[in-house]
Design a protein around this ligand. Structure first.
Ligand code: FAD
Length: 470
């Protein structure tokens, strides 16, 4: 018997439930990746995600080839491509791991219907979350809107377990008609991606390297240092998790193995990190139950908020790291250069855009979508709605981050700002987060004056909030 394993964002061989299930059937395998970005509209992968995907597919293709399987690459309508493969190789089943974005879930339902009509079974698995988003519910059977009780419920169910090992050898079916990776046209025509190459190693091996590095050192001080952007204190596993090059269960199991060696104190130290994986689950829970949220405020009261959306020049200055607010510009330049930004700084740049500049969070979410290597519809939507105050369990709108005091607190010596905003390298320590206080130095540096006065724009935002409530 022959089975198709339909790879999507589960680009790994270890702990891959769809692959493991197909192999358990002792089937000869056809492994396929279908490039159909339009089926994800309006959230087709952005430019940085496409870069990552190219390299991740390359890594998966090599790993499969070493085991005797050629990854089939196809472009175009997923249902048609799978149907053609089923006819070509006589497969009686397709195995895949579930995704939860509304457009993809709808596409998968259509694919299931079309394959069923051909007499081919479709078997779906959960490979990317601790629990499917519909499994956790309140006592009343409703979705959660508040993180803490959600996490309490999910955390109590979590059990560390080892995943399936990567197969050594796979019986494969040879097929013609394979596309070349370059045919997917995932790499940018203008090579802006040097910084991404320097920062990342996409693929399953890169994921395990990042996890090992984190477990060797940073995990111990995660709770104390995770908010300091100049320190390498977080795992940087987000793009690997997004593309399914590693699963939360694998991470959880590795932490458990270490806890068994190092004792209960290690388990307790790792818990704040596990809780962040919980936020990722919560985001997926929200996206599943409130599928409109990537474009609409979860809290409809904000539909009447007087955004100042017409100022394209201000939006562009924010995007390009020229807002004149050092910590904001450092973050936006880190993002542009590496495809990633530290979580604390994501909150600060988002608050500045939505509150001080009063631009709709959707503009920020779109820019992140195109530039982040970890762009993820669930996490990005939740991150933006949380910061803008429009989401579930969100920061209240009136709590407006002051980017100067955030900088002084979390980048006290200014090293993060100095790294990403070299114009400010000569600013004295005391004014690195507010260089306008040294007008003579500022004018020599070539660094712009702030787009807005922080105190005035804060007052204006609060007034707009009152206007909405009235
Ligand atoms: P760690 O601190 O090591 O955390 C481990 C993992 O937990 C992360 O890899 C991530 O999968 C998950 N996680 C951590 N924090 C959060 C969080 N607040 N919400 C959901 N999951 C979390 N994360 C994305 O993966 N993709 C996005 O598109 C994204 N957009 C964001 C937009 C905004 C405005 C904000 C405020 C946050 C966003 N986040 C997003 C969440 C968070 O910033 C990143 O997950 C985190 O910075 C990734 O770095 P890390 O892997 O070192 O995280």
């Amino acid at each position: 018997n022959t089975a198709i394993v339909w790879f999507r964002r589960d680009l790994r061989l270890e702990d891959n439930p769809a692959l493991a299930a197909a192999l358990r059937q002792q089937a000869a395998i056809v492994a396929v990746y279908i490039h159909a970005p339009d089926e994800e509209a309006p959230w087709q992968p952005g430019a940085a995600s496409c870069w990552w995907l190219h390299h991740s597919l390359q890594a998966l293709r090599l790993a499969l080839r070493e085991r005797g399987v050629e990854l089939q690459l196809r472009c175009g309508d997923s249902a048609e491509q799978l149907a053609a493969l089923v006819r070509q190789c006589g497969a009686d089943a397709v195995y895949f791991n579930r995704l939860y974005e509304p457009a993809i879930a709808a596409r998968d339902r259509r694919v299931a219907r079309e394959l069923k009509a051909l007499g081919c079974a479709l078997h779906g698995f959960n490979a990317s979350l601790f629990a499917d988003p519909w499994e956790v519910e309140t006592g009343q059977g409703t979705p959660y809107r508040v993180f803490t009780p959600y996490w309490r419920n999910l955390r109590a169910r979590l059990k560390p377990r080892p995943g399936s090992a990567a197969p050594r050898r796979i019986a494969a079916v040879a097929l013609d008609g394979n596309a070349a990776l370059d045919d997917l046209k995932l790499l940018p025509a203008i090579r802006w991606d040097t910084g991404l190459h320097e920062a990342w190693l996409p693929g399953e091996a890169g994921a395990h390297e990042a996890l090992a590095d984190f477990c060797d050192a940073a995990v111990r001080d995660y709770a104390a240092k995770r908010d300091y952007p100049a320190q390498a204190a977080t795992s940087r596993l987000s793009p690997y998790l997004h593309f399914g090059e590693i699963s939360p269960q694998q991470i959880f199991w590795r932490l458990e193995e270490l806890a068994q060696q190092r004792g209960q104190a290690f388990r307790e130290m790792a818990e704040p990190f596990v809780r962040e994986l919980g936020w990722r689950e919560f985001s997926h829970h929200l996206m599943h139950h409130f599928p409109q949220t990537p474009k609409k405020n979860l809290n409809p009261q904000f539909d009447k908020f007087p955004w100042r959306d017409t100022d394209r020049a201000q939006l562009q200055a924010w995007q390009q790291g020229r807002s004149g607010i050092p910590i904001v510009d450092a973050g936006m330049r880190e993002l542009w250069h590496t495809g990633w930004m530290h979580n604390r700084v994501r909150m600060v740049v988002a608050s500045f855009l939505c509150k001080n500049l009063r631009q709709h969070w959707r503009h920020g979410a779109r820019w992140f979508w195109d530039t982040l290597v970890d762009a993820d519809l669930a996490n990005n939507t939740q991150g933006w709605q949380w910061t803008a105050g429009t989401g579930a369990d969100a920061a209240p709108y009136f709590r407006i981050f002051n980017p100067v005091s955030q900088g002084e607190r979390f980048d006290a010596d200014g090293s993060y700002v100095r790294r990403w905003v070299p114009e400010l390298a000569r600013q004295p320590f005391k004014s690195i987060h507010a260089p306008w206080k040294q007008p003579a130095l500022l004018s020599q540096s070539g660094y712009p004056a702030p787009l807005v006065d922080l105190a005035e724009s804060r007052e204006a935002a609060l007034a707009a909030y009152q206007q909405m409530k009235a």
